[in-house]
Design a protein around this ligand. Structure first.
Ligand SMILES: C[S@@+](CC[C@H](N)C(=O)[O-])C[C@H]1O[C@@H](n2cnc3c(N)ncnc32)[C@H](O)[C@@H]1O
Length: 161
């Protein structure tokens, strides 16, 4: 699975997970929207939740600050999908649902799509990376066993109750 990110460059470069992934050759960063390839776009505003039915060979994230991650920022072409309830393990938003870093979003998506080894690999450069998979092990296993987005949303509703 190819991992891509559009890099907006408005977040603290020291803490930016996409830049770190690029250094480890685990993601391809694009600095122009026009160069972002077509794929499954990880978009928290998308209507449909990601599920194993989303046969994908390319994931695309938008790396920017949360302040500029409004709906309009996700202007790239592709199949837009939101990640279901998952909890952040990064130190800035630890324990907070839905507000994932770029690497957590990519890893969560890879796990839901059955690419477990790849998910582990992208998290390796982060000291809290393993914690993300541990914290979310049960929901990730359950989402990965779903047939489609409707089932994923049904599982998610149990965590939101
Ligand atoms: C807003 S950026 C913040 C990046 C952060 N500065 C970093 O260093 O990783 C996080 C990106 O991850 C993806 N993402 C995060 N949470 C998500 C969710 N709940 N559903 C879908 N995509 C999500 C989106 O592409 C989003 O733009």
């Amino acid at each position: 699975m190819e991992c891509h990110a559009y890099y907006e460059g408005d977040d603290d470069p020291e803490k930016c997970t996409a830049r770190r992934l690029e250094r480890f050759e685990l993601v391809t960063l694009h600095r122009s929207m026009g160069r972002v390839p077509y794929g499954v776009v990880l978009n928290p505003h998308a209507e449909r939740a990601l599920s194993p039915a989303d046969a994908a060979d390319r994931l695309v994230a938008l790396d920017c600050s949360w302040e500029s991650a409004g709906e309009a920022a996700f202007a790239m072409d592709g199949v837009h999908r939101a990640l279901p309830f998952l909890v952040a393990a990064n130190p800035i938003n630890f324990g907070r649902p839905f507000r994932l870093t770029t690497v957590e979003a990519l890893a969560g998506a890879l796990r839901i799509l059955g690419e477990d080894d790849h998910a582990t690999r992208v998290l390796e450069p982060f000291r809290w990376g393993e914690t993300f998979l541990e914290l979310n092990e049960e929901p990730l296993d359950r989402y990965a066993a779903c047939a489609d987005s409707t089932e994923v949303v049904a599982v998610q509703s149990e965590y939101l109750e």
